[in-house]
Design a protein around this ligand. Sequence first.
Ligand code: NAD
Ligand code: TYD
Length: 366
Amino acid sequence: MILVTGGAGFIGSNFVLQWCAHNDEPVVNLDALTYAGNLTNLSALEGNDKHRFIKGNICDEALLASLFAEHRPRAVVHFAAESHVDRSITGPEAFVETNVVGTFRLLEAARAHWNGLQGAEKESFRFLHVSTDEVYGTLGLNDPAFTETTSYAPNSPYSASKAASDHLVRSYFHTYGMPVLTTNCSNNYGPFHFPEKLIPLMIVNALAGKSLPVYGDGQQIRDWLYVEDHCSGIRRVLEAGTFGETYNVGGWNEKANIDIVRTVCTLLDEMAPSADRMVVNEQTGKPVEHYAELITYVTDRPGHDRRYAIDARKIERELGWKPAETFETGIRKTVAWYLANQEWVKGVMDGSYRDWMAQQYENIRA
Ligand code: NAD
Ligand code: TYD
């Protein structure tokens, strides 16, 4: 079996669903179910004995030791992390705890397990660490895209904590010879994306007649990848990646934030017209004609990286992977998924989420 951490979050749950659809090998899914973890993401696997969920923290040494001893995973795919840049600005400690200490504990447990393996079992073991392009810092408009040899220059507590975890993973290859793989991926979007992140937040707010907060001038650029493409890239690296190597995963879709928000509004105008839903602008009390009316420029995020861009040629050249979705097909699927899954949205907008949003709006209101 494989051990997945963070498999109840956005990318992890998409990965577990995809894995169970394509592989016979069972998954043990370890997730602490923080605000970002949601078991309903995995409801399609109810009764499927290929999936076993365990609620627990990757910082818990004793739990990790017993999990490795009981399940003897032949691979670890490590997603569990604190993942939201804005939260890392208001509360960085949890990022150090989970992303740095948690990754360290997981590496140590995996190392003890791997040391005890022999022969074919030892040969087939691998540890795949899922990381981000944000570790490379920010690009100017005309700079070449990030490659696997771009220097690390993280600018937020989130990216700094992910960079630290990447370095630990790297060191376990060089020091102990552990069979590790690292992927550095660009911004994902798609089903089960928690509505604190740009795309789902815009969809959810627009349908509720709330303002669509665009940070700064909205000209920051991100490189967007449909989540299922990220998951297929991870499966490919797990299958054929070279130990100790890192692979950049990206969608070749650089877009300015304001263009993303306008695209979401245009799709909602087409697929869920505001007149049909009688959407009222929360600020003015007037009916909304077009969702783009709700766009509001707000104070910029501190330390906001201007541009990310991934050069994904290595994974294509060496492992034959490239994304299946274009941005146009992926964003249409995503908007359709949110429209069809309003109950899921309601379910994740619990009290703690609303408290966070209230605090965040206090911080960033123009
Ligand atoms: P997410 O916040 O949606 O999910 C994180 C999951 O980890 C949640 O289910 C949460 O409950 C769990 N978790 C958090 N702390 C834990 C702990 N201490 N022990 C066990 N479980 C814990 O995040 P995501 O967007 O799915 O990101 C998954 C991974 O991919 C992260 O490592 C992130 O850095 C990386 N990544 C994300 C993106 C993106 O665009 N979302 C892009 C590149 C890389
Ligand atoms: P986000 O989804 O938080 O991902 P990341 O910070 O990891 O790239 O944000 C994507 C971009 O959108 C980022 O440049 C910040 C911007 N943004 C807004 O303009 N408004 C928002 O309300 C949010 C959440 C993000």
